[in-house]
Design a protein around this ligand. Sequence first.
Ligand SMILES: *Cc1c(COP(=O)(O)O)cnc(C)c1O
Length: 340
Amino acid sequence: MNAPLRLRLDTHALIANWRTLDRMSGAAACGAAIKANGYGLGATDVARHLTTAGCRDFFVATWAEAERLAPLRLPLSVLHGVREEDMPAALSGIARPVLNTDQQVARWKAAGGGACDVMVDTGMNRLGVSPDAVRAGLLDGLAIETLMSHLACADEDSAMNAAQLAAFGTLRGVTGARRMSLANSAGIALGEGYAFDLTRPGLALYGGIPRGAFADVIRQVVSPEAQILQRRTVRAGDTVGYNATWTAPRDTEVAILNLGYADGYLRGFSDCGSAERGRLPVIGRVSMDLIALDVSATPAVAEGDWVGIDFALPDAAAKSGLSQYELLTGMGARYERIFV
Ligand SMILES: *Cc1c(COP(=O)(O)O)cnc(C)c1O
């Protein structure tokens, strides 16, 4: 295809991050959330690499995502459970549903659906059945592989973490579930008490740092690279880009790159993003398909050259005002994704 925009994806870093999270999970198994196209990296390739590393539990949000991954025959769970219209896909056996509501439980029982997972709500009030309903026998008769819950504040030091841990812990032995699972990426760093039998990291696999404990052990995976489409000299006093927000303080060497907000490089990077380890600042507004860099620091770069966009997730999040999750999942379809 030879696109003028690519994501360099570090396979070794991805695998090393999974191994780190697996080790931090102690005796628990370590899975992988690969919803939203593997957080934008490409779910199929991510799943292949992590399977090679030893990962045996994968999570997507929807059955459409599960169907795209069906050829890989992954051990896969669908976090949003089963609506009526999902039943044909769910009964085809390509993945287990994570049942979230009383209705979903009834639907799965009525269909004689077989092995499933169940989400219990322990305070986030997003998806999940209530612990009281579980204790009252809601799940009786189901073949539950994994009973899970989800932490609302794992990336903060919040009293809610311990409260959710305690609420979930009271369900140990209450259902016939083979395994229990609570921790996402940030939850793994809260300590082995949160790991139960299976952890479900997403963000940290892909280089995200949701808690300080990951800063020195999680490696950057994603590096956008864009090609220079034009290089020009902008005279002192002239402006660059939409709305002429940047004015050249002196004659300035400027490169125009094939990257813009339609590629998830949102306008929060206007006048504050950078490339080549901070040496080349973004100047002016980010356009839909283009950005401008001050390349005065690198006299040699020319039309056709490739430039590495600075994308260390914590830094990029701080600069752009986007979350690390948004930075990854917003990356869009125009990149050529290259695992190296
Ligand atoms: C997305 C998701 C995860 C992964 O969360 P991260 O914060 O990306 O590690 C785990 N469990 C559930 C239920 C999720 O929806």
